[in-house]
Design a protein around this ligand. Sequence first.
Ligand SMILES: [Zn+2]
Ligand SMILES: [Zn+2]
Length: 404
Amino acid sequence: MTSHSLSLRNTQLQHSYPRQAGHTQFSQLTVGGPLTVAQWGMPCGTWSFLRAMRLLLRWLRPCLKQSRSKPSKRLGELWLYSKLLLRSLCYSELTNSDVVIDSLFEPVYWLVDNLTRWFGVLPSPLLQVFVCLVIILTSSVLIIVYCCVLPTVISSYPTHWVMWHLCYGHWNLVMIVFHYYKAITTSPGQPPQVKCDTPSVSMCKKCIIPKPARTHHCSICDSCVLKMDHHCPWLNNCVGHFNHRYFFSFCLFMTMGCVYCSLSSRDMFLNAYSAIETYYQTPPPPFTFKEKVFHKSIIYLWVLTSSVAIALGGLTLWHAILITRGETSIERHINNKETRRLKEIGKVFRNPHNFGKYNNWKVLFGVKTRGHWLTRVLLPSGHGPYGDGLTWDWSPQRRDLLAI
Ligand SMILES: [Zn+2]
Ligand SMILES: [Zn+2]
């Protein structure tokens, strides 16, 4: 519940319950000020529980209604819908690869939408679970690398390989930690809350403020976000104008780190796997407890880093394609719809935020000179992005020409 509605309820309560000596809870309220949980006199846990129950009841309502209709009728409807969907994908002249990909991803979008809606009612500490999970899993990998992989590398590899492993591994680790920390602590940016001259394209019905171009409302953060890409549960933060670079760099360096760990521990994994297979022979091989822990740790490391490398690698690639096109995840859908709509009337859609492939990357990384590719992309840097996220009627190309 927003502070605005709480304030409203506060005022209503004061009208219906005049101040009395016995009403200590209400007598502490301030006129027009937001009402906090403590002021309600309700413990935080009870408050969260009530919110969760209210959402559960809201969800159950349509389910209860649906359960009254006959299951056979619902199955028939589902079958007809599937047939129609398949035919439209195969025979419609408006179908192209984008439509097919979007349709295939539809269940994923549905899942993400519902999950994010669910996250929206969770109290803030619970949302930190995903952040804690990232930290715990990364720490566990680090412990295994330092205790098992690195000693083996140092004892068995030539000096130049050892040096390479030490330098690359630590650089990658610093980049992961820096970008993750910045991604979770940097605000994505909000539009001005007071009237100003910033050009806007629409009004946000929830915040009741003008929305500049590329700004969207996040239902989880309950605020408008500049150049919103998506709300990331792994960061417990929205990805927007001011932290988009940190998010992408984190994904990229985390993928690189996982690929590095997976490749470095591949031989050790194969040895540990064959060793574990012999555990069940009779008589069992004379492995010590320490050796068994070593084998299992290596298996855990390789499976986890390989899986994350594939999953996160796919996500990073997807975001790299979007950045090259000068789009955010939300704009991808909007632009696709607009492309189809204009195609029907014989016009071609042009993305106004696409400054060219190379320039789009410069905009994301905030690169202004060649040296910035080293100092701002390959080394930790806390510089801000191009522009203020409010206006987009400029391009990095134009800025370069003016500089000359
Ligand atoms: Zn809003
Ligand atoms: Zn958000």
